[in-house]
Design a protein around this ligand. Sequence first.
Ligand code: GAL
Length: 415
Amino acid sequence: MLRKALLVLLLLSGAVFGAGSEKPLSNGLAKTPPMGWSSWNNFAENISEQLIIETIDAMVANGMQAAGYQYVNLDDGWQRYKGERRDHPLEADPVKFPHGIKYLSDYAHSKGLKLGIYSGPGQSTCAGYTGSEGHEKQDAALFASWGVDHLKYDSCCSHKDAPDDVVKTVFATMSKALMAQPRGIVLHACHCGWSNIWEWAPAMGINHWRIGQDISDDFDYPGNREGYYFDVLDMLDRGVGLEKYAGPGHWNDYDMLVVGLNGKSVDLVGAGASNVEYRTHFSLWAMEDSPLLASADLRRLDAYTLETFTNPEVIALNQDPLGKPAKRVRSRDGLEVFAKELADGSWAVALLNRGSPTADMTFSVHKDLNLPWIKYTVRDLWKHKDLGEFEIPYTAEVISHEARIFRVTEVKDKP
Ligand code: GAL
């Protein structure tokens, strides 16, 4: 009896004090990595109601919605005022968004899509607009009243050198403020991969967190462009070892996809990448369970780029319910093998050639995947082709900067 009473007391105290103490928070959202589009990389502050409406329409018309993309996210620059929050309110720019933000989320919802917005925990954001500091509850309520479904909360500029405890506090404050709202709002913590955010973000109800500084539109730029940006391979390397922190509801975010920018973005630095390199980038973001947030102009995608964005077999790896990101299981002389376990017992394997010469690359289900399988099938997820049954290691030709992606499945002998 006494034990029962103690247990009830314990449970009750967890419910009452849990939000502020060790009890992990969860908003129950983003069970698979969010898929969508974000305005920053291609448009920066040059965003408008018309652009968002046209992007929503494009996502529906070009097949991306049917392929799983849902979020259309306003990044920085939607706000009315530049300057500090103590001097200005947070409002939508009436020239860029004459009908306000609710009008856009109503439009997105009417098409079966979702709308995202951007703010930050400082007095001002990275682009110098009013932030949310001191107004977190008020802003969370405002975003909810606008029908917003996703918030990118960016501390990269305001809290770059802040102690970890302060960073944790500002994200906990917004996470709780969002969870108090009557609608579910996915929370993206953009802290540019600092403060070991992956260690504490999942318990705070944060759905994805950037693992690194901003991506540039480059596949493999020597060093960091402008001493800051990460190219595709830098970001991939940054994620090695972080796989264990991700899972349903909480994901490592490798930053927006630069697929299709082709070095022509007005704002984002970078020389662009080849079609093969962009496809490799897409495949690896999918394998790593990163959110898939396109950033190119969806109204003007060429057929190859659209095919990259909408490959259902590669997207299925990203959206697999098991939610286990790929691990780099082998790396030698620029030839790397990544392996990802899937819910149905099959595995995805990526063979990445980071070097220049074409290479014959091999993977072994025993040595690389640690599986006792005797016989297995291999399917090429870009050629959409079954390649047959194998009992020995599988070898494929991989051209420079390509990642061949396979799904391998055990062949079980019939009883
Ligand atoms: C950066 C962030 C970018 C973009 C930009 C907006 O801190 O990493 O993704 O959101 O701010 O000003």
